[in-house]
Ligand binder design. Structure first.
Ligand code: UD1
Length: 407
């Protein structure tokens, strides 16, 4: 594949920003919001709570939460998208109450919300869990000392939003350091919040009495950008990924370079060129700035065609190897034991019908299909639409032979 492709705004940044609008009764404007299914779920949830949401142009949203008069995020929306749980902090902080369905399990593991709940309790909320819901009540949040057992992205975001309107100072220790956290903290600061340390493991917040509206462009999606870079590598191509920020992609770029890809940085973009098969490179996922779990499946697809054997360790989620058996059906040689997959590269993969199980697994199968001999049919492709915008059109523009069949 050759050519230019653009990674749009990050879904994982846009979602917390949309929910942060609940913190204010002033209108907010977001731009660069990707056109993906999870964003449509977030709009439905905000509207259900009483917000007015308009999209006057592609990627642009006007969100007005002045008339919010509901505090419940129902099971059907939280089950569809776990990030819906992020309304807990903002609703509680602004209205003193929130009732949010517990997300339950998902394809990649049990994914509890205990850290979100513990963090919110530290800010003085009373939490009751019954009938599958988490209910939080408070007659005014107070700043507190939150120590996360691990740097959970969602728990950091919930705590950050709630603490922005709590009385007094909050410290979040062992905070997640993802660029999406920095994006949220900057947006909150633009609304009048007082936050320091976002992007490090210690975030300090001095609560304020009220927050104003915001006007913000969502940061580019590093996971989508990384996916297109891997697409370039797996097809032995030359692609320029616009919107890719090398400072957000350090561990992936290091692994791709070790695999033999030629990388160069151009203004606001990263170019990848590849000739010949990749070399085997082992990676282990870790919280940012480590190798992202959201790129593990895509990188494994690349390693299926590498010269040599690599170990892929998944250290964030307990069950994120659902793509392994599907790759094996395409002729890959992979042994998985617990949280490690041992991949021995093959000269070629062979196209086959395969089943997508989650968002990143589905794109991994698409990438494997691009490189495989013959036709690959990816079923349950709706998982892809949760996080990738117009992906078949973008891949086709790079020269891939890919089309969507309406079922
Ligand atoms: C976010 C991303 C997701 C990414 C993940 C890890 C969004 C909308 N989603 O998800 O794409 O894969 O970060 O980079 O931004 N955990 C607990 N208890 C909790 C919270 C988390 O045990 O209360 C565990 C999870 O099960 C998981 C690990 O902590 O094993 C990391 O999860 P977390 O960082 O919270 O991920 P999310 O915010 O859900």
């Amino acid at each position: 594949m050759t050519g230019d492709v653009r990674a749009g705004g990050a879904k994982n940044s846009a979602l917390p920003l949309m929910f942060a609008c609940l913190l204010t009764d002033e209108p907010c404007r977001l731009s660069g919001v990707p056109d993906v299914a999870d964003i449509r779920t977030a709009v439905r949830l905000l509207e259900k709570l009483g917000a007015r949401v308009e999209s006057p142009a592609a990627g642009e949203f006007l969100i007005d939460c002045s008339a919010v008069d509901q505090w419940e995020a129902p099971y059907e929306l939280v089950r569809t998208m776990r990030a819906s749980f992020l309304v807990l902090g903002p609703l509680l902080a602004r209205f003193g109450r929130a009732r949010v369905s517990a997300p339950g399990g998902c394809a990649i593991g049990s994914r509890p919300v205990d850290m979100h709940i513990a963090a919110i309790s530290r800010l003085g909320a009373e939490i009751v869990q019954d009938h599958g819901y988490v209910e939080a009540l408070s007659d005014g949040l107070r700043g507190g000392h939150v120590i996360l057992p691990m740097p959970s992205v969602g728990a950091t975001e919930n705590a950050l939003m709630a603490a922005s309107l709590a009385a007094g100072a909050t410290r979040i220790e062992n905070a997640a350091r993802e660029p999406e956290i920095v994006d949220l903290a900057e947006a909150l600061a633009g609304m009048g919040a007082q936050i320091s340390g976002a992007g490090s493991s210690l975030i300090e917040i001095e609560g304020v009495g009220r927050l104003t509206g915001m006007n913000r462009e969502v940061v580019a999606d590093r996971i989508v950008a990384g996916t297109y870079l891997i697409a370039g590598a797996i097809s032995g191509g030359d692609v320029l990924v616009e919107g890719a920020r090398s400072e957000h992609l350090g561990s992936l770029l290091e692994a791709l370079e070790a695999a033999g890809c030629r990388l160069s940085e151009e203004k606001g973009a990263v170019r990848l060129a590849m000739d010949g098969p990749p070399r085997a490179v082992s990676v282990a996922t870790a919280p940012y700035p480590g190798f992202p779990t959201d790129l593990q499946a895509q990188f494994m697809a690349l390693m299926c065609l590498a010269d040599g054997t690599s170990n892929i360790d998944e250290r964030i989620f307990e069950n994120r190897f659902m793509h392994v058996q599907e790759l094996v059906r395409m002729g890959a040689s992979i042994r998985s034991a617990g949280r490690r997959a041992i991949v021995t590269g093959q000269r070629a993969l062979s196209g086959a019908p395969v089943m997508a199980t989650d968002l990143r697994a589905s794109v991994c199968l698409l990438l494997a299909g691009l490189a495989a001999e013959g036709t690959t049919e990816v079923l349950r492709v709706y998982h892809l639409d949760r996080g990738y915008e117009h992906i078949e059109a973008k891949l086709a523009a790079l020269g891939a032979d890919v089309r969507r069949e309406k079922m």
